[in-house]
Design a protein around this ligand. Structure first.
Ligand SMILES: [Zn+2]
Length: 390
């Protein structure tokens, strides 16, 4: 890792980051990079030569069908396996560990571990999972760029600590960054899970610049993108839509508030309420499958979930005027069903119905979305943060 010594070094690093960031969006020619960055062709030529020598960039040729006859311009692309990002997802439902290449694709399989209430034992198992994946892919520690960890909020991402996520008591106050850096001897970055998923959405080329990603599992997390930037609050704690109230005299919540959205509309809460009438509904998927096949009671439970969510989504959109609501997490299973209900119920409540159009979509991240979002927290540090491995 390099230490920045002078303004000149800082500028050189920023230029390299800008060039790598552009190539990350898609292969570029040298001339194209000069035009987009405003740097001279000579400066781009030198930088590209040294990045290629370090193994970060490679030259590729456009496929013949993409070019004019006789012209096969040389483009520059990232070497996806130059370094690896480790992604770790920590949640009430369990833990998932995986590896990402530089483009953000998951390498092979991930490792799923059951939830453990004892954090030290869980972190030992998670670290062992990371080591065994690296071994499986024959990757020595120097090939690892960093480790991204995502967890339910509130998370102090600056200090790398979990704070006090409700119903996650044994993990309260855990210094995740410190604990995992000690075990793995790698740089570790911690982020609020829904914020990381919203960032992954932006980096996957989302057509929306201002959107709310609802991460609905046993809890309800919110990842907020405003004008192309992830908003995590003034202290980086993340946004807690799940703990905004939909009933000020409602069910008491361990966060201190009353009538919190996630006590009514999380998949855990809806399933709990459904099972009081139909105890045979053992999983969220079984409830959704039944609704999908026309079961009126189960369909009604999803309608109720949509009604609770619509109250919060309406508040959110009246405050922020967003372009889209994206659905992720357990509730995204056959999520079209819930989204259609949520859209209908929200549209009935929205102010200025005729002047606003809000899109309702499933999250684009399909392949191990939690691990991808977690690993992307580490990759993000290369393109925009504090990692300087070149
Ligand atoms: Zn609460």
């Amino acid at each position: 890792m390099t230490t920045l010594g002078s303004n000149k070094d800082t500028m050189k690093l920023e230029n390299r980051r800008q060039v790598l960031g552009l190539i990350r969006q898609g292969p570029r020619s040298r001339a194209g990079l000069a035009k987009e960055t405003g740097l001279s062709q000579a400066a781009i030529g030198n930088m590209v030569a040294s990045l290629a020598e370090e193994g970060i960039l490679q030259e590729i040729q456009k496929a013949p069908e993409e070019t004019l006859p006789g012209r096969r311009p040389i483009l520059l692309d990232l070497v996806p396996r130059w370094k690896t990002g480790v992604g770790i997802s920590i949640d009430r439902e369990g833990f998932e560990v995986g590896l990402l290449d530089l483009r953000g694709s998951v390498l092979g399989d991930t490792i799923l571990l059951p939830y453990q209430a004892h954090p030290q034992t869980a972190l030992d198992a998670i670290s062992q999972g990371v080591r065994s994946l690296l071994e499986r892919h024959a990757l020595p520690p120097e090939k690892v760029l960093g480790v991204g960890v995502i967890a339910p909020g509130p998370v102090d991402s600056q200090r790398g600590k979990l704070l006090n996520p409700p119903r996650f008591d044994p993990w309260h106050g855990l210094a995740l960054k410190e604990e995992l850096s000690r075990r793995l001897e790698m740089p570790v970055y911690v982020e609020h899970n829904a914020s990381a998923m919203a960032r992954a959405e932006l980096e996957l080329g989302s057509p929306y610049r201002s959107f709310a990603l609802l991460l609905i599992n046993d809890g309800i997390g919110l990842g907020l993108a405003l004008e192309g930037k992830i908003f995590t609050g003034s202290h980086g704690l993340g946004c807690e839509l799940g703990h905004t109230s939909i009933d000020f005299q409602g069910r008491p919540c361990s966060c201190g508030n009353r009538g919190c959205l996630e006590l009514y509309a999380s998949t855990g809460a809806i399933l709990y309420d459904a099972r009081r009438v139909r105890p045979e509904l053992s999983t969220w998927e079984s409830l959704v499958d039944a609704a999908w096949n026309g079961d009126a009671f189960c369909d009604g439970m999803l309608e109720l979930q949509a009604e609770y969510l619509a109250a919060s989504v309406t508040n959110l959109n009246n405050l922020l005027e967003l372009e889209a609501i994206l659905l992720a997490g357990t509730a995204a299973y056959r999520g079209e069903l819930l989204l259609e209900k949520l859209q209908r119920q929200t549209e009935q409540r929205l102010l200025s119905k005729n002047t606003r159009s809000l899109s309702f979509q499933l999250s684009r991240s399909k392949d191990h979305p939690s691990v991808r979002a977690a690993g992307a927290v580490a990759l993000h540090q290369l393109f925009h943060g504090e990692l300087f491995p070149f």
